[in-house]
Design a protein around this ligand. Structure first.
Ligand code: ADP
Length: 248
């Protein structure tokens, strides 16, 4: 059910820190339902770009739109989150002393749109949603397991599940496969691929093999701007990209 038109539109965005341009005239369009990977050397501006989208960092110049209706530069962080923009940081932050199920329950309760109207009927809906998310993240059989004793990969999937409880429209995912085994990486690829279409997913990732395995379209950032964009084959044959990566 991929919809048409961009979900995210950034035009000529610049961020200066004391005159240093961490982001420099960045143009980026993410289509609704797309899975996009963002790569680039350290210091390219990947984290700052994510911070701009979530409202943590304000651009000095440019515009950032969510869909055609929401000017993100006029909104604060909680307002942006409530539009359905979820961010997964690199380190998993699950509640270790709670079960997998309870972690997902808590993620739903944190949603201010649901909490004030919590009723028996809503509780049933939440249980259904938890089952659905458990299935999606492949942890159905581990629902009563304490999150603290999950493997690293399982914790990462649980945290993605916690974000999914809120039915985000755009998921920002920072280095999802860092520290994962080959097998966990493969399942993470399947998970992220399966999410795209239902929501848009932007993944910042250093592991090129993983990027190649999941992304149809890759954006290469360098010195705060887009250096190249296209399929992994296209960008990895781009002379500018080769120079940046071999020169680094
Ligand atoms: P990446 O995530 O691609 O490694 P970052 O977005 O973290 O890149 O950083 C881009 C550049 O901006 C780097 O040179 C970094 O040192 C600089 N930078 C990031 N945040 C700040 C800040 N708050 N103050 C000053 N410089 C910053």
């Amino acid at each position: 059910d991929v919809r048409h038109g961009p979900i995210l539109y950034m035009e000529d965005v610049t961020v200066s820190f004391d005159g240093f341009k961490a982001i420099n005239k960045l143009n980026l369009t993410i289509d609704d339902g797309e899975l996009r990977c963002i790569i680039g050397p350290n210091g390219a501006g990947k984290t700052t770009m994510m911070d701009i989208i979530t409202g943590k960092t304000r651009p000095t110049e440019g515009s950032v739109w969510f869909g055609s209706r929401h000017n993100l530069l006029q909104m604060n962080e909680p307002e942006i989150a409530s539009l359905g923009i979820g961010r997964k940081f690199q380190k998993p932050t699950v509640f270790e002393a709670l079960s997998v199920f309870e972690n997902l329950e808590l993620a739903m309760a944190a949603d201010k749109r649901i909490f004030p109207t919590l009723t028996a009927r809503m509780t049933g809906e939440i249980k259904d949603r938890i089952e659905e998310v458990l299935e999606t993240i492949g942890l159905t059989g581990l629902r009563f397991q304490l999150a603290g004793i999950l493997s690293h990969g399982q914790k990462q999937w649980l945290e993605i599940g916690m974000l999914l409880m809120q039915r985000p429209r755009l998921l920002l995912v920072d280095e999802p496969v860092a520290g994962m085994t080959e097998q966990e990486m493969e399942r993470t690829g399947e998970l992220l691929t399966s999410l795209a279409g239902k929501q848009s997913v932007v993944v910042v990732e250093h592991d090129m093999g993983f990027v190649r395995s999941i992304a149809r379209k890759v954006t290469v950032l360098h010195q705060g701007s887009v250096l190249a964009e296209g399929s992994m084959n296209e960008v990895s044959n781009d002379p500018n990209v080769v120079e940046v990566y071999l020169g680094a």
